[in-house]
Design a protein around this ligand. Structure first.
Ligand code: FES
Ligand code: FE2
Length: 390
């Protein structure tokens, strides 16, 4: 942990111990409230599951308040455009796909995949046309997801898509998750990294004792290593199936779970001793939907190594699915409650005590960007008056 980071964490701890920390309030200009930190758009973000973007169809997606229309042309290629017609702002997602162009439903202006207007049917040849069409986003398909690059398109080629070798491995099978959760993405990172919340899952998982073995922090990552031991209580069958791979302590398995926020993604892996690939591996992206980023869409890929018995994975699959859904539902209840509290309190009152969570908060804050609306407001208006200690 760097010295500045430790110093910052000390300040944050001191502040949080005293309740709402006005010195870190946005208006004072010192440290931005984490829940007012926008996600950095200069990364590849999934905004749809490939299967929902059907051939010759549109799909309305969103990234942090930006409406994006995806459409799959005749060639099979997915295109991503701003979801508004340059003519009268009607969403292009209401339009019709023709070949590899997209035609607005209203006056039938047609757009190419690069956002340029290819036709305005009722204009005579040679008539003046609007110089600009709409914005096109760099788009890639991988791992059964459609990724766009919402940041500066010049940075798109330099930015790597996540590498998930276990996705392509014949030994693994992938379960895909796509879900909206009504909270700021930072709550999601903190939830998965802070395994001290197993009490929340006591009904589904039984009594699990997580032990933090160690963790590392860098400018854009936090990596925590946990050992789980089962402390009695009932055991879920789905959990048991994953436990066969080592989760939940199993039969005194010494395997270690590694959870990593590597901005802006998060992973959770169990790599058995001497294995090349994880026995199971979860990759997640939390993609803000609204401009205030108080809602995120979770895209998750859970890649599980198949047991040696042929076909056994297919029998286990529905149980693993049900187990993960139940755990996820509990996490959702907690993080959405956290967001509601923040909405009521209007700022971050958290009294966080766990060092690695303080570190991940720092990583998310320093790698993030100002919310678009907030930066627009602060450009347009004088700084808001600082609250007194009412
Ligand atoms: S609004 Fe799209 S063509 Fe007129
Ligand atoms: Fe959880």
């Amino acid at each position: 942990m760097s010295e500045t980071l430790s110093a910052k964490n000390e300040t944050e701890r001191a502040g949080s111990a005293a309740g709402p920390d006005h010195s870190h309030d946005h208006s004072s200009g010192s440290v931005t409230d984490l829940r007012r930190t926008g996600i950095n758009p200069n990364f590849w973000y999934p905004i749809a599951v490939s299967g929902s973007v059907r051939k010759q169809k549109t799909f309305a997606a969103t990234f942090a308040g930006e409406r994006i229309v995806l459409y799959r042309g005749e060639s099979g290629t997915v295109h991503a455009l701003e979801d508004r017609c340059a003519h009268r702002q009607v969403p292009l997602s209401m339009g019709v796909v023709e070949g590899d162009t997209l035609r607005c439903c209203y006056h039938a202006w047609a757009y190419r995949g690069n956002g340029r207007i290819s036709q305005i049917p009722y204009l005579p040849r040679g008539a003046a046309r609007p110089p600009r069409g709409v914005r096109a986003y760099p788009v890639r398909e991988a791992y059964g997801l459609v990724f766009v690059f919402p940041g500066d398109p010049q940075n798109a080629t330099g930015a790597a898509l996540p590498e998930l070798p276990e996705f392509d491995s014949a030994k693994h099978k992938t379960m895909t998750f796509s879900r909206t959760v009504r909270c700021h993405y930072s709550f999601m990172h903190e939830n998965l990294l802070d395994m001290n919340h197993q009490f929340l899952h006591r009904g589904v998982v039984g009594r699990i004792q997580p032990t933090l073995l160690g963790y590392d922090t860098g400018p854009d990552f936090v990596e925590a290593r946990y050992l789980f031991t089962h402390a009695g209580g009932k055991k879920n069958r789905g959990a048991g199936l994953l436990a066969a791979q080592g989760v939940g302590g199993g039969t005194a398995s010494p395997d270690v779970i590694t959870i990593r926020t590597c901005y802006p993604y998060q992973t959770l892996q169990l790599v058995p001793k001497n294995a090349d690939l994880p026995a199971f591996s979860l990759w997640v992206a939390y993609v803000p939907e609204d401009a205030e980023q108080r809602t995120n869409h979770v895209y998750g890929l859970l890649m599980i190594e198949k047991p040696p018995i042929p076909g056994a994975i297919h029998l286990a699959w529905p149980l693993i699915r049900r187990f993960t859904e139940r755990v996820f539902a509990e996490d959702r209840t907690a993080v959405e409650a956290e967001q509601r509290a923040w909405d009521e309190q209007g700022e971050d009152w958290n009294s966080e005590v766990f060092p690695l969570i303080l570190d991940v908060r720092h990583v998310l804050r320093t790698n993030g960007v100002p919310l678009r609306r907030e930066s627009a407001l602060s450009d347009a208006q004088p700084a808001p008056v600082t609250r007194g200690s009412a």
